[in-house]
Design a protein around this ligand. Sequence first.
Ligand code: ATP
Ligand code: HMH
Length: 268
Amino acid sequence: MKTALTIAGSDSGGGAGIQADLKTFAAHGVYGMSVITAITAQNTVEVRSVQNIDEQIIQDQIEAVFDDLKVDAVKIGMLSSPSIVTTVAETLAKYQPNHIVLDPVMVSKGGHRLLAEDAISALKEELMPLADIITPNIPEAEILTEQKILNELDMKSACISFKKLGVKSVLLKGGHLSTDPNDLFYDGENFYWVKGKRVHTKNTHGTGCTLSSAIAANLAKGNTLLTSVQLAKAYIEVAIEHSLDLGNGHGPTNHFYELYKRAHLMNQ
Ligand SMILES: Nc1ncnc2c1ncn2[C@@H]1O[C@H](COP(=O)(O)OP(=O)(O)OP(=O)(O)O)[C@@H](O)[C@H]1O
Ligand SMILES: Cc1ncc(CO)c(N)n1
C-alpha cells in the first residue's frame, strides 16, 4: 500500500487542512497519516480561532510516524508560526523523505492569517529549499517573490524568481486571475501550462489543500512530478465541479464523486 503524510492544520469544518488532505489521499487509494500543527475553529464562513500545537508534540508526531511507518510522500500545509516552520524543517531534514509537496498556506478564503507575518522568512529560507515542489497561489507567490503578478507573463517571471530562491519546482496556481484557472508548472528548466476550465461556484473551500494532497498522492504512487501535477489538476477540477453546497459560506470540494464513480454507485 502506498502511503502519504500530511503536516498541516485541522479545519473543524472538514473542508480544508488535514481533513481535506486525508480525504484526498483516501480517494486516491493511498494510506494517509497526519501531523497536526495547529487547530482551527473553522467553518465554511470563517476562522474563529487558532490554537498552535507545541513544537515538541509536532516533532514527536513526525518522529512517531517516520520511526515506524513507510512514508512515500509528504504534503505540508498550514504552519502558523516561525518556530513551527523551523521544527518541521529540522525534523524532516533528519528523515529526508522521498517527495515533499509544500503548499505555502498564508491566508484563509475569509481573510484570516494562517501563517504569521514573521514566519515568512523561515518558510523561504528553511522549508522551501527542502521541497520538491511548492504550490503557491498568486497572492502567496507575490509575497514570496516580492513581485506583482498580473498576467501569465508575470507568472513565468515569478517561477524564475522561485528558482533563484532555491526552489526545485513550482506549480503556480492561476485560479486568482480573472481568466480560466490555468496553472504554470516549472521544473527549473521547462514551463508547462496545466490548463483548467473555470467552474462558476462559490464552493471552493479547500481547493489548494486538495490540489497539493492530490499531487502528493500521485507522487506516492510512483508518478513523475509532471504527471502528478496533471493528474491532480484533473482531480481538483472534478472535485470543484461536483463541490458540495454545505454551510453558508464557501462549501467544500467533493472527494466522494471520484470514489463513488469508481465503485459505480453514482448515476451521473
Ligand atoms: N473556480 C474554479 N474552477 C476551476 N478550477 C479552479 C477554480 N478556482 C481555483 N481552481 C483551481 O483549483 C486549484 C487550487 O487553486 P486555488 O488558487 O483556489 O488555491 P488556493 O487559493 O491556494 O486555495 P485555498 O483557498 O484552499 O488555499 C488550482 O488548480 C486552480 O487553478
Ligand atoms: C487548516 C487550514 N489549512 C489551510 C487552509 C487554506 O485553505 C484553511 N482554510 N485551513
